[in-house]
Design a protein. Structure first.
Length: 489
């Protein structure tokens, strides 16, 4: 059972806190995972925001919780955990002393400092926490991605945080690692002989990892145009999923063992430099198009600028140079304003070595494992089977479908942020990212960014499509095709 803890959410009035963090903590309360004596301290910059904060949170929960999750009784109880405070995260003023006095009542508790802030101010915020004596031996700091815009800036930010917090106190969050289906990926691999014995280059033809979004810039225009899809999604989410798919079995399911195996995958990634970027990476930018029956604007229209080379789509053909994955292409893809919102991992197996059936039986399609992370959570395995409605021997693909969303539709709500915040409070770093992983990921990403700065512009694709044609051609070179959400058996 988790002990009472204090969690200070710097940037408590921001979009992430109101849309994700506070609803996640509300769910934790509903499930009995907020011990009595726990305090949630969201910070705001102005006193009038502090006075309004409880009602602001009330409105946010009603907006962002799922159907049936909100009720007045639970809200009334949950609101008692909230202690909004005024803090300027970059200035040393009297408000920090108010925060210090509040936290002094729980000196023995675990303290989680969640920096829902721009990475540029992480260091200063940590410095003020140290100056004010708020960092105890039971303290942890949670930092959001992306950390920096390149390897050099990421190293500077991590070094500054490291002046005040030991590495074991730093919890770098990637919310995809908190998704229960992602965790199920390890269970699927390492507790089932069916998959663990068929998880290498001898049996697998290719692996695709896709995260597609239907939204455009929303409220992130300023950030996104400086970052782009490669930094915003590939450097963290997609590479972390790649690590979990490709890593060796850790000898124990603890943080150090899991992180060590993930780091080996990143170190084995074949570098993409110079012309290799041109041959293996596609970048795109959306223009106006039809999305779900509505005409939506292009990236430049949303941005309000006449020109920008920022990519809203990336597709990469990657290779992992080790014994297990030699010769297996890993296709990574992410984009905004795509046809459907989905995150999935597709493992396509090699064809059978000898087809005993004649042409009349029909073509034999390779077996395929699809692990869907969102919007619904499911595991699908496509096999070949005889058609039972035909006396002739005719084959067709059939899909075994495990709908995790339906199986656990009992009031439990899968919530990555809930899982990760509770893990931080419990001092369980297994699902968080080590500084070495951040460094290694940027070493692979930086040469791609450098090549793009020297050459060309993104290919254009219509909003509501699956991205630029170049991305399809990237797979056609190996006689592969993308498996798009909802369009395969």
């Amino acid at each position: 059972m988790l002990n009472p803890f204090d969690i200070v959410i710097f940037g408590g009035g921001g979009d992430l806190a109101l849309r994700k963090l506070l609803p996640a903590l509300y769910r934790a309360y509903q499930e009995g995972n907020l011990p009595e004596g726990t305090r949630i301290l969201p910070t705001v910059r102005e006193q009038n925001k502090q006075q309004e904060f409880i009602e602001t949170t009330h409105s946010a929960l009603q907006t962002h919780l799922g159907k049936g999750e909100y009720n007045k009784k639970d809200w009334s109880a949950f609101s008692q955990f909230l202690v909004p405070v005024v803090v300027n995260v970059t200035e040393e003023d009297e408000y920090w002393d108010t925060l210090k006095n509040i936290l002094a009542d729980g000196e023995e508790k675990s303290r989680v400092f969640y920096l829902s802030l721009p990475p540029a101010v992480y260091g200063r915020c940590c410095e003020l926490l140290s100056v004010k004596g708020l960092i105890t031996e039971h303290s942890r700091v949670v930092v959001e991605k992306p950390i920096g815009y390149c390897g050099k800036s990421a190293e500077e930010i991590n070094a500054k945080i490291g002046e005040f917090f030991a590495e074991e106190q730093v919890f770098r969050i990637d919310h995809y690692l908190g998704k229960e289906t992602v965790q199920n990926l390890m269970a699927l691999r390492f507790s089932n002989a069916l998959f663990e014995n068929l998880w290498d280059a001898k049996t697998i033809d290719n692996i695709q990892i896709s995260i597609s979004e239907t939204v455009g810039l929303e409220s992130r225009a300023g950030f996104y145009d400086k970052a782009g899809a490669l930094r915003d999604m590939v450097q963290n989410h997609l590479l972390q999923l790649l690590c979990l798919v490709a890593m060796e079995s850790p000898h124990k399911l603890n943080a150090n063992s899991i992180r060590a195996e993930k780091l080996k995958v990143l170190e084995a990634l074949r570098p993409l430099v110079g012309e290799q970027v041109d041959d293996n990476v596609v970048r795109g930018q959306y223009v106006p198009g039809d999305l779900e029956g509505k005409l939506v604007p292009g990236y430049l229209e949303e941005l309000g600028e006449g020109s920008s080379k920022t990519e809203t789509f990336v597709a990469i053909r990657a290779h992992i140079d080790n014994w297990r994955w030699s010769g297996v292409p890993f296709y990574l893809r992410t984009g905004k304003r795509m046809k459907k919102r989905c995150a999935e991992i597709v493992v396509e197996y090699k064809p059978v070595s000898h087809n005993v059936y004649g042409d009349a039986a029909g073509p034999i399609q390779p077996n395929r494992l699809v692990i869907r992370l969102q919007p619904e959570e499911s595991i699908q395995l496509t096999l070949m089977s005889k058609r039972l409605d035909n006396l002739e021997m005719q084959l067709e693909p059939v899909t075994l479908n495990i709908s995790l969303s339906e199986k656990y539709n009992n009031g439990y709500h899968s919530d990555a942020y809930k899982r990760l915040m509770l893990d931080a409070a419990a001092n369980n770093p297994a699902l968080f990212i080590h500084r070495d992983e951040v460094r290694q990921a940027w070493q692979w990403i930086d040469p791609i960014v450098e090549r793009w700065q020297d050459k060309g512009a993104p290919s254009l694709y219509r909003a509501g499509s699956w991205g630029p044609e170049d991305a399809d051609e990237l797979l056609e070179e190996n006689k592969h095709v993308w498996f798009n959400a909802g369009e395969h058996a």
